[in-house]
Design a protein around this ligand. Structure first.
Ligand code: ZN
Ligand code: ZN
Ligand code: FE
Length: 755
């Protein structure tokens, strides 16, 4: 029977909350608020977010609503609140109801979260029940996306389903006043998964002993594979050159930079220069690898690179390793060989990492899907995503006004995909470079995984892909049945990714896309493009780098001297570049012959390849072992010199530019000065062209996107120039990478408008 005296004074509200509100302690938070404000009603996880009924006295309900918005848990992110007045039912208590699963789920799956302060304190408290337990977590922290198999996010739908809670854990789980109320991965030493160490034929089973032994091995120079949240890492002492050299050798990773796992913010300060923005990013719940200017040269960790990636511990296991004596900082790199994707299944890790690692620290809790570490830099005091993955995926980056589902499959390099569900643009974790069997499998799994999670049938989909018909991503997209398929030009997608992020689909801009390569609408390979237009009306190509005939397909991207042969063939009176000071290898001579015969050449306007060419002219003659290596090397050289006057680069014609560099080289001008003057030339020519287009076309916004803008020196100099032109608004990527990892978002936006 409803209590009539209560009913008289009562009001009631139905509240729907959307955003990242599941798996972040939201329901217990609502319950606690209900107790504080004497509210009756209920809360449950619905398909679109959290649903609440609140009944009580008018003033209490108002106070409850105020606190809901202002005091929500740190990891929660509210995007929408809808409040409706309803008739009070005269309820007598407040309850947390079971999750309901009705229509299409669009609720946002929380990304994985770093361990919270309270759990960390308990981890280190010898009197706590979960002291030294490597899978400690609560509703404010711990794994989410990496353990979810299906929605809604409840224990039976996670990789923790196999473990039955002990009475103590069950009590914590059931008690609304405990921080672990409804913490789905809740566990302890007596009921949950543990860690074990495999060291040759020897297995140490006992949790703590296994971790202590791993820490000891790290302290004595061994390489240990460690299972983290989204996959296995390879770890070794960052101050032990022998260990790092062995790691590079065994992993077949010659020069690509490693990231450092530092014990604390203070330790990070010893290695990198950190602004307030860097510090905030380092300490954010996503715990990404943060790229910052290196304070000391660590030639083995990050060779020929002005930047260094650092990261704070995020999983309990990392803290335990340090607490048990592992040296800080540790090199922490993904557990794989060379370009393979990160290992995340135990049997696979044992297979692939034996021989690289001296020991493997295996955690029993399965990982539902591989999620690499995120990498982020800072531009203009704001986060600038380089690799969007753990802690950020599968987050929503923006909204598009459509009810129909759209899948955008990205491009083949640094692949990531976007799925638009009821207008919300979800971006997957970084998947990797397509073209190898493992990565392609991972790509297909991610597509099927996200479609299944949001219960979308591929035949309802609009599928958007790159306009290059031979890409793996394109071919896969076309093999999926869909309502329709739409091809989008690569660099249009780069520019659109920035505008979609800012919800500026109607904004007319000058778009500058500088990157490696992408197929243009004229059949040539683009990569140094100036557009005018908008996402809604499309982009017109107004200018580009002067084209060159580049020999020999994909290898031209790996060998700077090969790309150089293409650009230099356009110059007159070339000296013999096989002689000093250039000393170009035979590959250059062979490539030059190809250009002369015009066989196996492609016409390209790629700025990326121009950077490679200049790098070759000032001494980068070897193979580039990862994308962008020669350009990073060149940026590093330029950083050693004070700013120089720009080389001539009129209308982005590289011929006077390259001739001047060759003369300077013959005259013995220092490499760093040449590199600096080259960067200045790119900046000057780019700014001139933008100002001209803004004037001629009456546009007052410019968008920069494409992998080349990861170059911090180039980017900062460009921004400096535009400080003198406050009438022009400069837009760049933030939440998705400017490299090909952000393409999917631009594809989704352009796909929507081409319908
Ligand atoms: Zn916690
Ligand atoms: Zn337990
Ligand atoms: Fe690109």
């Amino acid at each position: 029977m409803p209590d009539s005296s209560r009913l008289e004074f009562a009001v009631a509200r139905r509240i729907s909350i959307q955003g990242v509100v599941q798996g972040v302690g939201f329901r217990p938070f609502v319950f606690r608020l209900s107790q504080i404000h004497q509210i009756q009603g209920w809360v449950f996880n619905g398909n679109d977010g959290v649903e609440i009924l609140a009944e009580g006295r008018n003033s209490d309900v108002d106070a409850f609503l105020m606190s809901l918005g202002s005091q929500s848990p740190a990891a929660a992110y509210i995007t929408k609140v809808v409040i409706r007045e309803v008739v009070p039912e005269g309820l007598s208590d407040f309850q947390i109801l079971d999750s309901r699963c009705e229509s299409t789920p669009t609720v946002r799956i929380s990304p994985d979260l770093c361990i919270c302060e309270e759990c960390l304190r308990e981890l280190r408290d010898p009197s706590d029940r979960r002291s030294h337990y490597p899978y400690i977590n609560c509703t404010h922290c711990g794994p989410r996306y990496s353990i979810i198999k299906n929605l809604p996010y409840d224990r039976p739908n996670t990789t923790m389903a196999a473990w039955k809670m002990c009475p103590s854990c069950q009590h914590d789980y059931d008690n609304p006043l405990v921080r672990r109320h409804h913490a789905q991965p809740i566990a302890c030493e007596s009921c949950g998964p543990g860690y074990r160490l495999i060291e040759g034929d020897l297995t140490t089973d006992e949790n703590e002993r296994a971790i202590r032994r791993a820490a000891e091995l790290l302290a004595t120079g061994s390489i240990v594979a460690v299972k983290g949240l989204g996959g296995y890492h390879l770890a070794c002492d960052a101050n032990n050159p022998t260990a790092i050299a062995a790691l590079r050798e065994r992993k077949f990773r010659k020069e690509r930079p490693f990231a450092l796992l530092v014990r604390s913010l203070q330790e990070a300060h010893q290695y990198v220069v950190l602004s307030k923005s860097h510090e905030q990013l380092l300490q954010s719940v996503a715990r990404p690898i943060v790229l910052a200017p290196a304070k000391i040269e660590l030639p083995l960790v990050s060779p020929d690179n002005s930047m260094l990636g650092v990261m704070l511990p995020y999983a309990p296991i990392h803290h335990l390793l340090f607490d048990f004596g592992a040296p800080g900082p540790l090199v922490l790199t993904s557990g794989n060989r060379s370009s393979e994707p990160i290992a995340y299944r135990d049997d696979d890790a044992i297979n692939r990492l034996t021989g690289i690692a001296d020991a493997i620290l295996i955690g029993d809790r399965p990982i539902a899907r591989r999620v690499d570490d995120s990498v982020v830099a800072v531009r203009n005091d704001k986060p600038f995503m380089i690799r969007r993955a753990r802690g950020n995926s599968p987050g929503v980056v923006c909204e598009l006004s459509t009810v129909d589902p759209i899948l955008a499959v990205g491009s083949d390099l640094k692949n990531a995909i976007a799925l638009v569900v009821r207008g919300q643009v979800f971006v997957s974790q970084h998947i990797g470079d397509l073209g190898d069997c493992e990565t392609d499998g991972s790509f297909q799994n991610t597509v099927h995984d996200l479609l299944a999670m949001y219960e979308i049938n591929s035949s309802e989909l609009t599928i958007v892909h790159d306009s290059h018909p031979q890409l793996t991503s394109t071919r896969f997209a076309l093999s999926l049945p869909a309502r329709r398929h739409i091809a989008v030009q690569h660099h249009h997608a780069h520019i659109a990714s920035v505008l979609a992020e800012r919800n500026l689909l109607n904004e007319r801009v000058v778009g500058v896309a500088f990157d490696g390569t992408g197929l243009g609408t004229d059949g040539t390979i683009w990569g140094g493009e100036f557009f005018v237009g908008s996402v809604c009306d499309g982009f017109e190509r107004c200018h580009s780098l002067r084209p060159a005939r580049i020999p020999g397909g994909d290898a031209a991207a790996r060998y700077p001297v090969q790309a150089a042969a293409g650009f230099l063939a356009e110059l007159n009176n070339l000296p013999d570049l096989t002689k000093l000071p250039f000393h170009f290898p035979k590959r250059f001579t062979d490539a030059t012959k190809l250009v002369e015969t015009k066989l196996r050449c492609f016409v390209s306007t790629s700025i990326g390849r121009l950077f490679d060419t200049v790098a070759a002219l000032v001494g980068f003659l070897r193979e580039s072992t990862f994308e962008g290596q020669a350009a990073i090397w060149l940026e590093h050289q330029a950083g050693q010199s004070p700013p120089q006057a720009p080389y001539p680069f009129p209308e982005l014609d590289y011929r006077p530019l390259l001739s001047a560099i060759i003369s300077d080289r013959l005259a013995g001008r220092p490499i760093s000065e040449i590199a600096s003057a080259f960067h200045a030339a790119v900046v000057t020519a780019t700014v001139q062209k933008i100002l001209q287009l803004c004037r001629d076309r009456t546009v007052n916004a410019v968008v920069f996107s494409g992998g080349v803008f990861q170059n911090e020196l180039l980017f900062k100099s460009l921004l400096n120039e535009f400080e003198r032109h406050p009438e022009i608004c400069v837009l760049i990527n933030q939440q998705v990478p400017a490299n090909d990892g952000g393409i999917c978002v631009g594809q989704a936006a352009l796909g929507l408008l081409q319908e």
